[in-house]
Write a protein that binds this ligand. Structure first.
Ligand code: ADP
Ligand code: MG
Length: 478
C-alpha cells in the first residue's frame, strides 16, 4: 500500500491543488476545483464532493483529463479521482492559494493573461456555474423564481415586502439600492429574480440584467484583456435594473470594485434600480472598500432569516403542489421538523423522496420517508452529535488517541487535532464553552482561543477549510 494512502485527506488534496499551479489558470482553479471537498480516498481513488450537478459535469467533461494527470503527478501514477454530488459540500469561492497582490491585480493587459495550459485547452473565463444562460441576456432570470412561487413568512417578511415595493416602483431613491443579505439557500436569489420578472411584466421595454458577482468580475477581466472596456461600460451603463448576486465575492478584487463603483454611481444617477445580495450585511463583507460599503448601505438593507416551522411546511406544500404530487400532512411535518436551516435542502429532501417513491413504486408515507431520507436527515435534528463522536473522527483522521487529545501535551501534532476537535464541538453541538473545555481538560478561554484560530484558518486557507468540511461530513454521517 502506498504511503500516500495514510496521509490525511486534506493533505492529499492540498498537494493536488498545489500541482495545478501554472497548469490550470488560477480563476478556473478557484471557481471549479478549489470548492471541491475531498471526502474519501478509496483504494487509489480520491473522491471529491461538489455542491451541484453542474460543477460535477463541468469538472468531469472539461477538466477531467487534465485534473486526472495532475492527481497522478501529485499523488502517484496509480491514482484517479471521482466526483460525487453532495449539497452539503458547498464551499465558499475564495482563492485556494496565496492572496494575490492587490496592486498587481489585472494590472496590465498582458499581466491578466492566464498561463497557457500545458495540456488540453481550457476556457480563459469559467462559464457560469449554474445551468443559467449567458449573463448578458435578460432571459437569465430563472422562470421559477417568481413572487407567486415565493412563500412569505416571518423570517422573510421584510425582505419580501421591500422586494415588492421595489418591483412596483423601481429606481426610487429611498429604496435604491436594495441590499438583501442572509445565509445560503434562504431565497435571496429567488427574491431578486422575482423583482426582475415583475418589472419586466409591467415594463417589457426595461433592460433587466441579472449577474452573479463572479461573472461580473470575469467579464470585466475579459474586457480588459480584449481591450474592450468601452463595450463593457456601454452595456452596464444602460441597464434599467441591475441584479447583482453574492457581492461578498468582490472581496479583495480591487480593480473590479473600482469598476463596479463607477457602474453603481452611473446607474444610480440615471435612476436605474440596483439590487444586491450578500451572505452578510455590507459592513461585514471583508475586503470591501469603505466607499462601496456606504453606497451599498445607502438605500434599504434587509435580511432573510432561516424559515420558521410554519413557513417550512408551507414551502413544502407549495413545492409538492407545483410538482403535482400529493404528500400526506405527517410526511410534510416529518421533513419540516428535521430540515430546518436551508430551503434548498428542504426542497432537496422533498425531491429525493418523490424520486425514491416513484422509482420503488411505493406510496409516499412516513416509512418511505425514513427509507428515502434516513441518511439525508441524520445530521439534522434526527441524530444528536456528541463530543465523543467528534473526538473519535478527529482522532482517527490524525491518528492520535483520545488520551493524547485530552492530555497536557502541547506538541503541534497533538495540539492541532485538539484545536480542530474543540472547534468542531462548538460548531456542531450546543455544548457550552466551559463544558467543551472540561471534556478536553482545558479552560474555557483555551477553547475560545482554539475556535478563533481555526475559524481564521478556515477563511484564509483552503486546505483547512476543506479539512473542516470533510470532517464535518464524516461526523454528520452524510
Ligand atoms: P440563496 O440565494 O439565498 O442562497 P435561493 O434564492 O437560491 O437562496 O433559494 C434556494 C431555493 O429555495 C430555491 O430553489 C428557491 O426557489 C427556494 N426558496 C427560497 N426561499 C423560498 C420561499 N420563501 N418560498 C419558496 N421557495 C423558496
Ligand atoms: Mg443565491
Amino acid at each position: 500500500m502506498s504511503e500516500e494512502l495514510n496521509r490525511p485527506l486534506a493533505q492529499l488534496w492540498q498537494k493536488v491543488l498545489e500541482k495545478t499551479d501554472g497548469i490550470i489558470h488560477e480563476d478556473v482553479v478557484n471557481t471549479w476545483i478549489a470548492p471541491c471537498v475531498p471526502v474519501a480516498c478509496e483504494g487509489h481513488e480520491l473522491v471529491l464532493a461538489v455542491d451541484v450537478a453542474a460543477r460535477k459535469q463541468y469538472i468531469e467533461t472539461r477538466l477531467g483529463a487534465l485534473l486526472g494527470d495532475i492527481v497522478q503527478q501529485a499523488l502517484g501514477a496509480d491514482y484517479t479521482f471521482s466526483v460525487v454530488i453532495d449539497p452539503a459540500a458547498a464551499a465558499p469561492k475564495k482563492p485556494a492559494k496565496k492572496e494575490k497582490d492587490p496592486a498587481a491585480e489585472y494590472g496590465t493587459a498582458e499581466s491578466i493573461d492566464p498561463p497557457a495550459p500545458t495540456q488540453g485547452s481550457l476556457p480563459l473565463t469559467p462559464p457560469a456555474e449554474t445551468n443559467a444562460p449567458a449573463p448578458d441576456d435578460a432571459s437569465t432570470l430563472n422562470p421559477k423564481y417568481t413572487f407567486e412561487a415565493f412563500v412569505m413568512g416571518r423570517s422573510n417578511q421584510f425582505s419580501y415586502s421591500m422586494a415588492k415595493a421595489v418591483a412596483d416602483a423601481p429606481g426610487l431613491p429611498s429604496h435604491n439600492p436594495l441590499f438583501i443579505y442572509g445565509g445560503v439557500g434562504l431565497g435571496k436569489t429567488h427574491l431578486m429574480h422575482a423583482v426582475g420578472h415583475k418589472i419586466l411584466a409591467d415594463h417589457p421595454e426595461k433592460r433587466v440584467l441579472y449577474i452573479a458577482s463572479t461573472d461580473f468580475t470575469n467579464e470585466f477581466i475579459r474586457s480588459i484583456r480584449e481591450k474592450n472596456m468601452d463595450a463593457f461600460r456601454e452595456k452596464y451603463y444602460h441597464i434599467d435594473v441591475l441584479l447583482i448576486d453574492d457581492i461578498q465575492f468582490f472581496t479583495g478584487q480591487e480593480q473590479t470594485q473600482t469598476e463596479f463603483f463607477q457602474t453603481f454611481n452611473k446607474l444610480r444617477d440615471n435612476g436605474s434600480q440596483i439590487i444586491l445580495t450578500s451572505d452578510r450585511q455590507p459592513q461585514d463583507v471583508k475586503g470591501l472598500e469603505d466607499r462601496l460599503i456606504s453606497r451599498f448601505a445607502g438605500g434599504v438593507v434587509v435580511d432573510i432569516q432561516p424559515p420558521e416551522f410554519e413557513t417550512r411546511v408551507a414551502i413544502l406544500q407549495k413545492k409538492a403542489q407545483s410538482e403535482d404530487v400529493d404528500i400526506p400532512g405527517d410526511v410534510v411535518t416529518y421533513i419540516a421538523s428535521r430540515v430546518d436551516s436551508n430551503i434548498r435542502e428542504l426542497e432537496g429532501a422533498l425531491t429525493r423522496l418523490i424520486k425514491y417513491a416513484s422509482m420503488m413504486g411505493v406510496p409516499i408515507d412516513e416509512t418511505t420517508c425514513v427509507a428515502a431520507l434516513g441518511n439525508y436527515l441524520r445530521g439534522e435534528k434526527g441524530r444528536r452529535i456528541t463530543m465523543e463522536m467528534i473526538e473519535r473522527i478527529v482522532c482517527t483522521h490524525f491518528k492520535v488517541t483520545s488520551e493524547d487529545i485530552r492530555s497536557t501535551k502541547r506538541s503541534n501534532d497533538i495540539a492541532y487535532p485538539r484545536q480542530i476537535a474543540m472547534y468542531l464541538c462548538h460548531e456542531l453541538t450546543d455544548v457550552s464553552w466551559p463544558t467543551i473545555g472540561g471534556f478536553f481538560n482545558r479552560d474555557h478561554s483555551t477553547v475560545i482561543h482554539a475556535h478563533k484560530k481555526i475559524q481564521n484558518q478556515t477563511s484564509e486557507d483552503a486546505a483547512t477549510d476543506a479539512l473542516i468540511k470533510s470532517l464535518s461530513i464524516q461526523i454528520k454521517g452524510i
